[in-house]
Design a protein around this ligand. Structure first.
Ligand code: TRP
Length: 393
């Protein structure tokens, strides 16, 4: 099975990246033909204003990948922008992809709405967004059976252009200040390139004729779109592309130090580049069961982020004991965190050492990625030939 995946170079990797995707990638390279790319053009779709970071970020990702066990002897590790053939296919796919497929892509809508969260807007509107919808519904000349459900549906499916209209027309500058957003922020991703993000991703996958794509759940709409583009091309011009399927990781979403999903932007992440002391401090600041205020209070391990980490990093016998002692109250959070820190460190330490080693030979590592890119390019070139032949170009 041919496997391919990619990652945008957004900086140093953290535990969430590892459990979310990379662990899966490392396992897959044992049994399959695997391709892993650093998707630097994709980074450009959102970071086009801060391009000075991208080169450095690519290097950091290279170092982390190797330190985490991706092996250039088993996988083709490469850089998207080194394969210029992708651009030609990107142009061709752009011609055959209906605009509506992109505009309705949930990930696209999500990302745009994330910039301006509806809940923020609701609070700050004159009257509130909900009132606006209510007012509208009151004027509809039909009897609405379940008013609230209908209202929810409307709020949920508010289209991008509606949000934009509201944003343009109804928000006072003073409110914008309070929300800390500007019109410019809103239009950051209102670009041709960003709309085409999933088309480029379809190119990434299809130009290497990948059959399986190991990704996180959030990427499913993109994989689906790749399948649709493959199908459309094959129908229009003849069979070239296999339809790729997504491979999801079983690992639960990794929690950060505050119990929310681990993410750089939440400031709750533990990075592989963090030193031992840094990790210790982060562990000691971990959120725990808010009802367990002091040693002696019974705790609820199943809702505690620290216990979540014990389950991942501490051996199962000890973990069971910790569960019992937390619930009875004999184990306090500080001691519990100290044990967790030791367990976590026994996982992180070898990676940190490998990382330092790899960092020293960054020149060789870059070379490895260049060789990988050459290999990827060969395949891309062949596919492109085939594409043009089928299209009679
Ligand atoms: N969009 C993916 C993400 O944000 C990264 C990516 C780019 C990718 N190209 C890809 C993933 C190709 C899988 C296959 O995580």
């Amino acid at each position: 099975m041919k496997v391919l995946s990619g990652m945008r170079p957004t900086g140093k990797l953290h535990l969430g990246h590892y459990f979310g995707v990379i662990k899966n990638w490392v396992e897959l390279q044992e049994k399959h033909e695997t391709f892993y790319m650093i998707a630097d053009w994709h980074a450009l779709t959102t970071a086009y204003k801060n391009t000075e970071q991208i080169k450095e970020n690519i290097e950091q990702v290279m170092i982390d990948w190797i330190a985490l066990g991706l092996d250039p002897n088993k996988s083709t590790l490469f850089i998207q922008s080194e394969v210029k053939e992708e651009l030609e296919l990107f142009l061709i796919f752009s011609m055959i992809t209906p605009k509506s497929w992109l505009e309705w892509n949930p990930t696209y809508k999500d990302m745009k709405l994330n910039l301006l969260r509806i809940s923020d807007l609701e609070l700050s509107f004159k009257g509130g967004l909900r009132d606006l919808v209510k007012e509208f519904l009151a004027k509809v000349p039909y009897k609405i059976v379940d008013f609230e459900a209908f209202e929810e549906v409307i709020l949920d499916t508010l289209s991008d252009s509606f949000i934009r209209a509201v944003f343009e027309g109804l928000l006072e500058p003073e409110i914008l200040n309070r929300l800390n957003v500007s019109k410019r922020d809103f239009y950051d991703t209102d670009t041709y390139g960003f709309l085409g993000y999933p088309v480029l991703q379809a190119v990434d996958i299809l130009i290497y004729k990948a059959e399986a794509v190991p990704v996180g759940e959030d990427q499913l709409p993109h994989i689906e779109l790749s399948r649709e583009i493959a199908r459309r091309f094959n129908q229009l011009y003849g069979e070239v592309f296999p339809e790729p399927k997504a491979l999801l990781t079983e690992t639960p979403r990794l929690l950060g130090t505050d119990g929310r999903k681990m993410s750089k932007s939440y400031n709750n992440a533990i990075f592989f580049a963090d030193g031992k002391e840094e990790v210790r401090q982060k562990v000691m600041k971990f959120f725990t069961d808010p009802q367990k205020l002091r040693k002696g209070d019974p705790g609820r391990p199943h809702i505690c982020p620290v216990f979540f980490y014990h389950r991942l990093f501490t051996n199962s016998e000890k973990t069971q004991q910790i569960e019992v002692d937390c619930m009875s109250g004999t184990l306090g959070c500080v001691d519990c965190k100290k044990i967790m820190f030791e367990s976590l460190e026994s996982f992180l330490e070898p990676i940190r050492e490998k990382r330092l080693e790899v960092e020293k030979s960054i020149k060789d590592i870059k070379e490895v990625f260049m060789e990988g890119s050459q290999r990827a390019r060969q395949i891309a070139r062949q596919t492109l030939e085939e594409v043009k032949e089928k299209m009679k170009l």
